[in-house]
Design a protein around this ligand. Sequence first.
Ligand SMILES: [Zn+2]
Length: 378
Amino acid sequence: MTLPTSRPTPAPVHLPARLPARRLGGRPRTGRAGTLRRAAALVLAGALGAGAVAGVAAAEPSATPEPAPAATRVAPHGRVLAISLDGLNPTALTRLGRAGTPALHRLLRQGASTLNARAQVEQTVTLPNHSSMVTGRRIDAAHRGHGVTWNSDEPGTTIQESSGVPRISSVFKVVHRAGGGTALFSTKTKFSLFERSWPAAIDRSVIREEEDALLVRALRRDLVRHDRAFTFLHLGLADQTGHREGWMSAAYLDAVRTLDGLVAKVLRTIERRPALASTRIVLTADHGGRPGTGDHGDADVRANYRVPFLVWGPGVDRGDLYAMNTGTRTDPGRGRPGFDGRQPIRNGEVANVATDLLGLRPVPASRWNRQHGLDWTR
Ligand SMILES: [Zn+2]
């Protein structure tokens, strides 16, 4: 299902960002210094523009007037591409090694990463976990979760309805409100739930059922042609193969190799285009899968609840994400922490890692990373 793109490609417009107070004191983050410098330069540019409006321009009629900035709007800084590799058990990456999955290993090595993040507590299946990624909420609606407890394509359903929150927000909504473009690319039709839930906030939605390569081709074209602040890419090949042939089977490992090749293509597209240089990637999985079985439904099983999580791109240091976040996150070892006590890094942090990277406020009423506390610098 493809909705028409609702906006032409605009020239990137960067407005001064409101910088969260946390960043103004203490140790500046690597890359934030650039953000601060850029913000300062833009404030200056804005002041000059205002001066021109106030009279300088009258003396220089040939000067091109700056478009008036929307004073209160905070525009996203740069771009974020969120990638979810459905059913990626991190053991596959260890098993295949750098030779078998060079692109994913490169992201892990160059970015802030862990292979020991956690899926949602309540369920380790696709739609509930992706709903957490885009809303930053847990699953259980009785505890301010999104309430998506089903894992099939259910026409007519919305997250407004499942959560009981008529104005429930998402990363798409926050980015769109701030004037940024958004897009969703998925290989499963059940992701149409997001189109129905936020039709005005998702500028383009492309769903190609079980067509990972075609989908990535469409994504790469979109990245080049449109100035989107936030793009979500879901690839289902590993999950689909795991269900059919078993997790960690030769066919499953082949599927992970294929996905690595698709991620490599995305990286090439990003790195060859100066306009895409500001792209940060956030990569995780909805769940893993139990070796030798075609199943990942048991939320108590480590092979199901353990997922990778990484942030990569300009301003992101290389290193272990837990080591960078000793004050706020705790490596759960082999455990499965609930909602109380020290928290692991979770796949549901995608939404508010994205809002943080883009310089936007967190998704309202979200839970995971709602303080923008996750750090990706050493
Ligand atoms: Zn599955």
